[in-house]
Design a protein. Structure first.
Length: 199
């Protein structure tokens, strides 16, 4: 019997106080859609060798999971600023470099320019938006930096953008489940059973 496809689950949800519970909810949805979810907290921190740096151990463990995974699913909701979590973006780039299918969602529907204008003063200079340092701000209508959006769109799976209540932006799994449906179609898997929606 062929084993299930595995999906690496990346995003800033690992920083939530109940990150393990959120990860388990994501993994349960993966199971419903015919996948095995690999969540960063699946690596046991208490197994860090004595005298080893915990951050380096986590880095190597996550790289191993990314290499083992068949695909990646990325929570690109803005985190501590106007853009996605940099660690998540690093992992997205790595998986693209490994030529594996990637899927992404953001629980923020406004584009990058709109969010940047709300976060800091911008000036329109000869038709170009610039920040207080004179640096251009992208105006493509994308969810985030063009390299992020284009990497998903050119792979055939554009970023899923949704607006959710502020207090639920790192917990709402509607966009996550939409990405799972895209992944199921990409791998030619049968339709999933009706969802026990976890948000």
């Amino acid at each position: 019997m062929r084993s299930k496809k595995t999906i690496y689950l990346a995003g800033p949800d690992v920083f939530l106080p109940d990150a393990i519970a959120v990860g388990n909810s994501k993994k349960a949805l993966c199971e419903e859609h015919g996948f095995d979810g690999l969540f960063p907290y699946d690596t046991e921190i208490d197994s860090v060798p004595i005298n080893a740096r915990e951050d380096h151990f986590v880095y190597r463990a996550n790289l191993a999971m990314i290499r083992r995974a068949d695909a990646g699913l990325f929570n690109l909701t803005p985190f501590r600023g106007v853009s996605a979590d940099p660690g998540t973006v690093f992992e997205l780039g790595l998986m693209i470099g490994l030529r594996k299918p990637v899927f992404g969602y953001s629980n923020e529907s406004e584009d990058l320019l709109t969010r940047t204008r709300e976060a800091m003063p911008l000036a329109l200079d000869d038709g170009v938006w610039r920040d207080q340092n004179g640096m251009q701000v992208e105006e493509y209508g994308n969810a985030d930096n063009l390299m992020i959006d284009a990497s998903l769109a050119t792979g055939g799976h554009p970023i899923v953008r949704r607006r959710v209540p502020e207090g639920e932006r790192y917990r709402d799994l509607g966009g996550f489940e939409e990405c799972l449906r895209m992944a199921r179609d990409a791998f030619g898997l049968a339709a999933a059973a009706p969802s026990r929606r976890v948000s």
